[in-house]
Design a protein around this ligand. Sequence first.
Ligand SMILES: [Zn+2]
Length: 268
Amino acid sequence: MIFSNEQMERYSRHIILKELGVKGQQKLMAGKVLIIGAGGLGSPAALYLAAAGVGTIGIADNDTVDLSNLQRQIIHTSADLGKPKVVSAQETMNAMNGEVAVIPYREKIDSANIKSIINDKNYDFILDCTDNFPAKFLINDACVMLKKPFSHGGIIRFQGQLLTYVPGRGPCYRCLFQSPPPAGAVPSCREAGVLGVLAGVIGTLQATEAIKYLLGLEGLLTGWLLSYNALTMDFRKVKVPVNPRCPVCGGEASITTLVDYEQAVCNL
Ligand SMILES: [Zn+2]
């Protein structure tokens, strides 16, 4: 692949990095990332991945833009109210970088469609930018079953967390949390609130993990849970072991088909 003058200029600050160079930028341009959720976490992730020139970016969400989203979902604007989030996200990403192929999936992910969405473009890396436990467990299980790496991100109030799963290289989300909490046991963001900029911090870190994975760089959050407290400004990394008895990635896995858990979904 030979870069045009425009590409050399657009990506010059990447190309000058010795860890990236022309070859690294080519890897990003050949990369395929699926973002599930075009909300608080998905907005900054989608913007930075498009800016970085990741060649194919899928984005899945069945929601429309609501006024209460705009406090944190920075890929959408007041002019997008009522528009499908995937359409609004695609327009913003392509306005910034027209070279990126944005693939919108205006669907709510469930056990019936998630594998076909992941397999649609044979995505290299998945970002869990959802806001509810059923989706988080579904994405984890589908990625373990399809042997796909993904970044888990979660936020509530002033607290965020992050973990990266790479098949064969560390624990999955279920190694930490065996099953979703009962519906109603954990408040949603609608009930509990969330600092808007916190979504920007965690979603941006998720995009960083995707970019590092595509580049083949070390230092991913595999086997580490990173938590961030926006009030105290503490970033903490806690080592997380593989659970050999994990119901989905363990040696004698009991979960071999996808499960649709029931839970009220908030609008992250
Ligand atoms: Zn596991």
